[in-house]
Design a protein around this ligand. Structure first.
Ligand code: URA
Length: 249
């Protein structure tokens, strides 16, 4: 590298570090930017030495990943978004890697964070009942994943930057499994996969397509725990799902 280029790089890094420090002092905890910027992790002294280059849309090397195990390894001890700060476990996904049907939820709650497995708490029990009692399948026949793989603090909604950081991993899971059907559980799964802001109340029950795969949105099981009167709507959606599922076997 020529001297002029090196000087320009040093000046650029100093500028970014200085700006990051300014943002930190203003209370900002993380900085996202295009590929040529660093994602800065802060410690008490300033920008940490371990700041990573990151692109939320496409992680270098991800296109070389072709199995779920390799994807889990690729994700590693992920620090690509701020949810890493509060999680106990990354909740990758569970089930049949060759499933014909994938359920996609929002993100881990407390029980899932502790166990490292999706849908194992109260909402999870309801989903398991839908699969086992309603659809007469085994939980292990299907695959279950989430939009974000780390628990949002206090179970708040996942934020846009967190969804953007994790979305390539959900897309990769679906690309590897290649299911014939997807059931999007709740607003975040449906809106993320369908790239829409339409409300779940208007999306639910209507077949859509995600990259050539038939997708049906329905209400999230946690919503059903708060609004049991809407279980009949979900049952109607699940019957549509079962009719399509039976065509795949
Ligand atoms: N809610 C979700 O969306 N996912 C889980 O894994 C658990 C609860």
């Amino acid at each position: 590298m020529g001297r002029e280029m090196r000087d320009r790089r040093i000046a650029g890094s100093a500028f970014i570090a200085g700006y990051a420090e300014y943002l930190r002092d203003a209370g900002v905890q993380e900085v996202w930017g295009p590929e040529s910027f660093a994602w800065a992790e802060y410690d008490s002294k300033g920008v940490s030495a371990g700041a990573q280059l990151i692109t939320p849309e496409s992680y270098p090397g991800l296109s070389e990943v072709h199995t779920l195990d390799a994807l889990r390894d690729f994700i590693g001890d992920c620090k690509r978004c701020k949810l890493c700060n509060g999680r106990t476990n990354i909740v990758f996904g569970v089930g049949n890697p060759e499933a014909k049907l994938v359920f996609v939820g929002e993100g881990p709650g407390r029980d899932e964070d502790i166990k490292g497995e999706p849908f194992v708490g109260r909402a999870g029990q309801l989903l398991t009942d839908i699969i086992e009692k309603g659809m007469k399948l085994k939980r292990s026949d299907v695959y279950i994943a989430n939009v974000v793989k780390c628990r949002p603090p206090e179970n708040r909604n996942p934020e846009e930057d967190e969804i953007a950081a994790c979305e390539p991993f959900l897309k990769k899971q679906l690309d590897i499994i290649k299911p014939e059907l997807i059931c999007a559980l709740g607003k975040f799964a449906a809106q993320t996969l369908l790239k829409t802001k339409d409300p779940i109340s208007s999306l639910r029950g209507n077949w859509r397509e995600y990259e050539g795969i038939k997708l049906i949105p329905t209400f999230h099981p946690a919503y059903l725990l708060r609004n049991p009167g809407d279980k009949k709507l979900v049952w109607a959606d699940v019957q549509k799902l079962m009719a399509e599922y039976n065509k795949t076997i």
